[in-house]
Design a protein around this ligand. Sequence first.
Ligand code: AP5
Length: 215
Amino acid sequence: MRLVLLGAPGAGKGTQAKKLIEKYGIPQISTGDILRKAVTDGTPLGKEAKSYMDKGELVPDSVVIGLVKERLAKDDCNDGFILDGFPRNTSQAQTLDGVLAMMNTPITVALSVDVDKDDLMKRLTGRRTCKSCQQMYNIYSSPSGQDGICDKCGGTLFQRDDDKEETIKNRLDIYEKSTAPLIDYYKKKGILKSVMGVGNIDEIFKKVCELLEKK
Ligand code: AP5
């Protein structure tokens, strides 16, 4: 399976991707995670990316496309992969198609996770992530047992720099303008599937698996 996960910021792409990795044994390629690691490590790429990410803007295509190409060439992608947060606009989608065509490994399915805009703000302002194991929580819907501490590994929970209300508004606007048109892009290719991303996370995952396994 070579999967593209589509959906607005906070729709639950990362949450579902983590479960898909466990079930299907294929890697998640999250451009957001790769960029955040570069920021934390203080690399030149991270320094460049940070100024865009802090404003909720897209990092330039030239930077992101190079990262994805490099990641897709790794051996663990031979049996499939989950792209989370990429492509983010039509130009990235077209470049991706070109790269995968050369490798004879086209995208097999694009899955859109749909959530109303009103829910997204609460999800994003409430998100907390473990610094050590990346386990995700939400102070409103799925809090950790002890405030600020990860249930799984005891690590410290943090709030992403771009999960501030003003930045979230900008991320949602950019999603509508640049990324939402990809739903049509993949629909025209006949590989689009959609799931409502509201309700119990495990139940959404069950529906996701049913959709992905349906011929
Ligand atoms: P990125 O990291 O990709 O962020 P995003 O697309 O904004 O998506 P999120 O990670 O915020 O949301 P998600 O859908 O994964 O939701 P999650 O599962 O975490 O990008 C960040 C930035 O990097 C961009 O703004 C840009 O600057 C840059 N960037 C990245 N890729 C780029 C690219 N290709 N080109 C250019 N720039 C790029 O869930 C959110 C919260 O909701 C969590 O707290 C979770 O616990 C909770 N939740 C999940 N499911 C449910 C549910 N069913 N019910 C209740 N709560 C739920």
